[in-house]
Design a protein around this ligand. Structure first.
Ligand code: CUA
Length: 191
């Protein structure tokens, strides 16, 4: 039987085509596996982007998320870091001031249960999980006011859990940031 396979004139052509397709399919599978490996390792397979851990029981006492360290702060590299803490049933700060056309780095966490927020008319959408720091980078092109509701059911007060984002001009933001720094306080929406 083995010998008779090669007597058919199309047998070699078919065998070569089969081998070629086997290589192509194998390459596609390898590419998909490599992509999966890269995504899960590089992005830590946890939304959103990379996550860091933090002890939720000591947030108010020490570390990055103490109340005096929340809100917007201008960084030496020209970006602005915004730290947000979620609690049943409010965000701190209640109103976040950020500059337009500036890279923003949001860092947020939750003290009690899972919360989350989105910012209207933007791509900001993040979950805040106790024990984890959520990181998110964005930029607002225009000045204006945005609402920032909690979008993860967190208890009876969930529907009333809102904050605001106020986007102001970059020069004005930097002026207010200098004033706040000189006075040793964080920026707020009411200057
Ligand atoms: Cu916090 Cu819903």
């Amino acid at each position: 039987m083995a010998g008779s396979e090669h007597t058919h004139p199309g047998a070699d052509v078919a065998a070569r085509a089969e081998a070629r397709w086997a290589w192509i399919v194998g390459a596609i599978i390898l590419f998909l596996l490599a992509m999966m490996g890269y995504m899960s390792l590089h992005w830590a397979s946890m939304p959103p982007t990379r996550t860091e851990t933090i002890d939720p029981t000591t947030l108010h006492i020490a570390g990055e998320f103490v109340e005096t360290n929340l809100g917007s702060v201008a960084e030496p590299d020209g970006t602005v870091t915004v730290r947000v803490l979620a609690n049943q049933y409010s965000f701190t700060p209640q109103c976040i001031v950020v500059p337009a056309n500036t890279p923003l780095h949001f860092r947020g966490t939750a003290a009690d249960v899972v919360h989350g927020f989105s910012v209207s008319n933007s791509n900001v959408n993040v979950m805040l999980v106790p024990g984890y720091i959520s990181n998110l980078q964005t930029k607002f092109e225009h000045t204006g006011e945005h609402v920032m509701p909690c979008h993860e059911y967190c208890g009876t007060g969930h529907a009333a859990m809102w904050a605001h984002v106020k986007v102001i001009g970059k020069d004005e933001f930097m002026r207010q940031a200098r004033l706040a720094a000189a006075a040793g306080r964080r920026m707020s929406c009411v200057q």
